[in-house]
Design a protein around this ligand. Sequence first.
Ligand code: HEC
Length: 253
Amino acid sequence: MKKKILTAAALTFALGFGGAAQAAPAGDIPSRDFSFDGIFGTFDYASAQRGLQVLEQACMACHSMELVPFYTLEGIGYTEEEVLAIAEQYNVEDGPDDRGNMFERPGRATDTIPDPYPNEQAARAANQGAYPPDLSVITKAREGGPEYLYALLTGYTDPPPGVEVGGGLFWNEHYSGNQIAMPPPLTDGMVDYQDGTEATVSQMSHDVTMFLHFAAEPHMEARKRMGIKVILFLIVFTGLLYAVKRRIWQDLH
Ligand code: HEC
């Protein structure tokens, strides 16, 4: 009896703890195809570059990207010079100088996009107490990954009839609990894509998801290439071992 109670308590604790660590998204997440799916999947560089533009213009006013230095962008087809040009558009705080003062200088390849808020309290104060999470590894940090992110960004609708949405909150079909403090961040035509792609909410959501999944796992392509090589090697090696085994045993049979 005592054992049963203990097991039940442990289970409740484990379930409760797991639930608190990661709230499950609401409803079924619609599946969506991305170029990086599957073992041969790669990033679509043009889409990821557009996604960076969306991120800079539509997300970075509230969110940070503290784990992604500018040089990472070489992984989606930017040259070293282009990366530097992107970094230099930002003013980054540095210091202290010889007099002990902090100062601002243009960004370098080793910097990250500067945070929008000086600290968490300031971020919460500006967002009705909610904290806009850092987006560096967001596609890895949420159940449903990239598909969830796309669903979230395209999931803003009117609430069902009779449902009252809390002050400062917005109805989202895929957010856990449906009421989110993030205002719909995208509207059609919000960014001006240089390659002529039409900037619909769906397209921008796809592109920013492509970029954020790249940011979360910049070495994915190398990892997959290595995996394929290892499997090929193992197949050849198994064949070789089998041939050697037959050779050694042939006199004994
Ligand atoms: C006006 C500020 C603001 C902008 C702009 C903004 N966000 Fe948010 N975002 C928030 C806040 C606040 C939260 C926390 C919501 C909550 O806790 O209810 C949030 C939460 C999120 C989450 C986490 C959702 C979850 O499951 O916990 C993701 C992902 C996200 N934002 C992505 C984006 C992306 C991508 C963009 C740009 C396309 C963007 N946000 C633009 C304020 C913003």
